[in-house]
Design a binder for this molecule. Structure first.
Ligand SMILES: [Zn+2]
Length: 453
């Protein structure tokens, strides 16, 4: 019987089940798809749902709530909210190894923390590779990661634990990953440190045999109380798991950065841990109709591989695929940005759902002006034009204050050019105090006189 005739004899329900089986095979047996899976978070949520029916609904609800809050915040505060706080998260890396190669050295872990910090503060050198069309929506999460210096018992630590295991891999045929063996001492891994106080990152082998099968996965925020389940509490599963080959930039086990996500994997997985979804919408057989509900990540049909700059997989979309986004599957050399709305989601979730993690809050203090920046014409009418010697900041935000110190006008402009014009300044004639901020710094303060044109 040909496949077509076979299918034609089956009920719709049976066809549906066959299709689901195919999807399952494709997702859980790496050899079936013959492709390395950079991220297992989607499959992991399937697993969590199987253990705790209903948890997916909590994850979805929480996601939509965070997206809504992020959009509202940005709408109220302007395109780039001048965030005044940085959140600091204590991190512990648990290295669980069988071979010496898997026993990732401290220097690579320290390097990985540096990479996380650069990415979450938009200080990574490759922000210059963000295309101009996406620079106005690139976001700075202002989250810092710090290797813990005190363990849960109050003892000094370098924030790294090590344990040799007898297990060859934590992804044996896909099953060990799904049971989180690495997160539990009794199953060959290492127990979590209090997941409400520390971001736990387990580093282990996720290969199947010699084949790269999976690079990482994360436990997303659920917004729900922790469930008890068959083995151990969900609280002890919270965190991120990374394949040892991805950790740090100079890791001798590192893969080809033009093809693989490498050290950017941790940025991606922490993004999931703080509640982000993939930019293409998190469905394997998706298409342009499946969205991540984030407005500043353009629609894309499916995950990118490598760095297909210029690809626009959803024709009719004004913008090409945002392959630079950390939440796509672009290679290490390709990804370099989160968006404003993604940043809003992560910060919302951190404050509301993982509040114990943000152990310290650093109030942001504006730095004195450094660049040459002048108002070209003063008095002004309905426009204020600036000349700026530096052009590599992402945006400039103009604030005008009246003599009572009340902010009466604000406008955001891209600042990748020397001359920036703020327009439609509809205010009464008189003196105002102009303040221009960029990258959370005040770069200009000057009185201006508004007159009728
Ligand atoms: Zn992912």
């Amino acid at each position: 019987m040909t496949l077509y005739r076979l299918i034609s004899h089956l009920s719709l329900d049976a066809v549906r089940k066959l299709f689901c089986l195919f999807v399952l095979l494709w997702s859980v047996i790496p050899g079936f798809s013959q492709e390395t899976e950079p991220c297992g978070t989607g499959s992991y949520i399937d697993f969590l749902e199987s253990r705790n029916p209903g948890i997916r609904k909590h994850i979805d609800n929480q996601y939509h709530e965070a997206v809504k809050a992020s959009k509202k915040h940005i709408h109220q505060h302007g395109k780039l909210e001048p965030l005044d706080t940085t959140y600091v998260i204590n991190v512990v890396f648990h290295v669980v190894y069988k071979t010496e190669e898997q026993n990732v050295a401290d220097e690579h872990i320290i390097d990985q923390v540096r990479i996380l910090n650069e990415a979450y503060n938009r200080q990574n050198a490759d922000t210059v590779n963000t295309r101009d069309i996406f620079k106005p929506v690139a976001g700075n999460a202002r989250i810092e990661f710090k290797l813990a210096n005190v363990d849960p018992l109050g003892n000094p630590t370098n924030g790294i634990t090590r344990r040799q295991t007898v297990l060859n891999s934590f992804n044996a045929s896909g099953t060990a990953t799904l049971t989180d063996y690495v997160k539990r001492r009794a199953t060959g891994g290492t127990d979590a440190w209090n997941t409400e106080k520390y971001l736990n990152i387990w580093v282990c082998n996720l290969n199947i045999g010699d084949m790269n099968a999976l690079f990482g996965y994360a436990f997303p925020p659920t917004g729900a109380d922790f469930w008890d389940n068959n083995s151990f509490r969900d609280a002890n599963r919270q965190g991120v798991v990374l394949h040892y080959e991805t950790v740090g930039t100079n890791n001798p086990a590192q893969l080809d950065p033009t093809n693989f996500t490498n050290e950017k994997t941790a940025i991606h997985e922490v993004g999931h841990f703080l509640g982000l979804r993939h930019t293409w919408g998190d469905s394997r057989f998706n298409g342009c109709g499946v969205d991540d509900f984030i407005d500043d990540t353009p629609n894309s049909r499916a995950a990118s591989r490598g760095c297909p700059i210029g690809a626009n997989t959803c024709p009719g979309d004004t913008f090409p695929d945002q392959v630079e986004n950390y939440m796509d599957y672009g290679s290490a050399e390709c990804s370099n940005m989160f968006t404003e709305q993604q940043v809003g989601v992560m910060r919302y979730n951190l404050v509301n759902l993982r509040p114990g993690l943000a152990q310290e809050v650093i109030s942001y203090k504006p730095e004195p002006p450094a660049n040459e920046l002048i108002v070209i014409s003063n008095p002004i009418n309905d426009q204020l034009t600036l000349y700026w010697s530096e052009t590599d900041n992402d945006v400039a935000i103009l604030h005008l204050y009246n003599y009572l110190g009340q902010e009466v006008f604000t406008q955001v402009k891209r600042s990748g050019v020397h001359v920036i014009t703020f327009d439609n300044i509809d205010l009464a004639d008189g003196f105002y105090h102009a303040v221009v901020t960029s990258g959370f710094k005040t770069v200009l303060e000057q009185p201006v006189l508004k007159v009728t044109p």
